[in-house]
Design a protein around this ligand. Structure first.
Ligand SMILES: Cc1cc2nc3c(=O)[nH]c(=O)nc-3n(C[C@H](O)[C@H](O)[C@H](O)COP(=O)(O)OP(=O)(O)OC[C@H]3O[C@@H](n4cnc5c(N)ncnc54)[C@H](O)[C@@H]3O)c2cc1C
Length: 475
């Protein structure tokens, strides 16, 4: 490698950039990780957004995919300061009448909150949990011939269904509502094919691992990954926003933790016409409107289980959630949006001054929408927690355009690096032998715009680095 400054360069330090850099560095290569911002982390940063002493997760807050990530689990991250906290209840889903369905580590406890649907839930989820170890590698990676095709097909029969179809298994509003909230993490109309996949994966992760929050916030995951990376010899340069390949030191491989739109700008001139055409056709999904609060007391949820849950899904019934997701995807702004809310300070006293609290929430909005949803989101919280507004000390909001300014990977506020619908589930960003390879030798894409998609798990970066190791370094 005498002719190169580095063996490999990774641009972008989100979970996938960090995972790629670590995977390359673990092979003894010389690796430089470049980040445009002054701090590393991408979607894993924790900042005093509102008042001094109140530490808010700017993006990711709840981490079922991090704790269940095969790659992160292979790293000694506790030795680098990462400690996961397990909320008493993973997620609660309140209804207007004051009841709530709950997602808990125990399948039986979850089923108990679903009334007459208890046995139906167990019959659906138990076989999937049992088979998960056999199929998780197939699901958390690029499209390939599966190790266990029949077991995977068993999962696929459920996962490929529109969430609204799978919901027909249930009779109660509790089970239907809880299910709709889980499936709505797919950020698309719940009538779309395969919207059951993400709901099932997140439910399985809850039962096998938990919807954990990191002590100190998601920045702790970033710090642990970065510190491990540098401990094995990796180098990090921050405050270096890459706009052209010419700015980079020389290397044999460059991996980009960016989405297709940015990749085209940085390296488009190196790509074949076909690949450029494919990247130009890549589709982004709905955006989010994000809000953080500093509170002088916990959120006064009517339902007691909601006061013990790390995550609360505010959307009431299946019908309401289906309608709000359909409207946002059509460019409308629903009056009662599905709100995802986390209350980390209930379980982690590092997040706020003594006796005070933080809360984090977002709802889906049309891509690129600059509407201010503060009023509407707070109304949804107030609906299930009367008196909430009186507890607000300060708030901070991001509309989609501020979110994209903060992190250029959130195109139009899309937090998944592109819609994860059936056409872009396994073949993101383009239908190719390897989705991580670009058409230019030595250039790779490793962000959540590649399989298995959005979330903090690092599996996109891991698989992209594995591809580069084989192609470029024969490793
Ligand atoms: C509001 C919100 C809530 C979320 N909640 C959760 C959650 O609870 N749980 C969960 O698992 N996931 C959550 N996510 C999603 C998660 O954060 C992302 O899926 C994940 O961070 C994607 O990782 P990535 O490595 O692909 O990209 P990113 O994390 O976006 O990192 C990309 C990095 O590359 C840098 N970069 C981009 N372009 C350049 C350039 N040209 N030069 C140099 N640097 C560049 C950026 O500054 C950024 O640091 C949330 C996201 C948001 C926004």
């Amino acid at each position: 490698m005498a002719n190169h400054d580095y063996d490999a360069i990774v641009v972008g330090s989100g979970p996938n950039g960090l995972a790629a850099a670590i995977t390359l560095q673990q092979q003894g290569l010389s690796v430089l990780l470049i980040e445009g911002e002054n701090t590393i982390g991408g979607g894993m940063r924790t900042i005093e957004l509102t008042l001094p002493g109140f530490h808010h997760d700017v993006c990711s807050a709840v981490h079922p995919m991090a704790v269940s990530s095969p790659f992160f689990s292979s790293l000694p991250l506790e030795q680098f300061g990462l400690k996961f906290i397990y909320p008493d209840i993973d997620a609660a889903h309140p209804f207007d009448n004051g009841t709530a369905a709950t997602l808990q580590k125990s399948v039986d406890a979850t089923a108990l909150s679903l009334g007459r649907d208890a046995e139906t839930y167990k019959a659906l989820i138990n076989p999937l949990i049992e088979k998960w170890p056999l199929i998780s590698n197939d699901i958390l990676g690029p499209l390939h011939f599966p190790e266990h095709p029949f077991t995977l097909a068993g999962f696929g029969i459920h996962a490929l269904q529109p969430a609204t179809l799978l919901a027909k298994k249930f009779k109660t509003k509790e089970a239907k509502g809880l299910w709709a909230g889980m499936a709505a993490h797919s950020i698309q109309p719940l009538t779309n094919i395969a919207t059951s996949a993400i709901g099932l994966v997140l439910s399985i992760a809850a039962h096998l691992h938990g919807w954990v929050i990191p002590q100190g916030g998601s920045q702790s995951i970033a710090n642990a990954l970065a510190n491990y990376f540098t401990s094995i010899g990796g180098k990090i340069e921050t405050g270096f926003y890459v706009t052209s390949l010419n700015q980079l030191p020389s290397s044999k491989a460059v991996l980009f933790d960016v989405t297709p739109k940015q990749l085209l700008k940085i390296a488009g001139h190196e790509f074949s016409s076909l690949y450029k055409w494919q990247l130009n056709k890549y589709r982004y999904g709905m955006g989010v409107f994000k809000i953080d609060w500093a509170l002088d007391a916990p959120i006064p949820f009517v339902n007691e289980d909601c006061r013990k849950a790390g995550t609360v899904h505010l959307g009431n019934t299946l019908e309401e959630i289906v309608q709000s997701e359909a409207q946002s995807s059509k460019g409308l702004n629903p009056g009662k949006p599905f709100v995802l809310l986390a209350q980390p300070s209930l379980f982690d006293n590092t997040r706020a001054p003594e006796g005070k609290h933080t809360a984090w929430a977002y709802c889906h909005v049309p891509n690129g929408s600059t509407i201010d949803k503060t009023e509407i989101i707070e109304k949804q919280v107030e609906r299930f927690a009367p008196g909430f507004r009186e507890r607000i000390l300060a708030r901070h909001t991001f509309n989609t355009s501020r979110l994209e300014d903060y992190n250029p990977n959130y195109i139009g506020g899309d937090i998944n690096g592109g819609i994860i619908d059936i056409r872009q589930l396994f073949t993101r960003p383009a239908l190719r032998f390897s989705p991580y390879r670009t058409s230019a030798k030595g250039l790779y894409i490793c962000s959540s715009s590649t399989p298995p998609g959005g979330g903090v798990h690092g599996m996109c970066g891991y698989h992209a680095a594995k591809r580069a190791l084989k192609d470029v370094f024969d490793l």
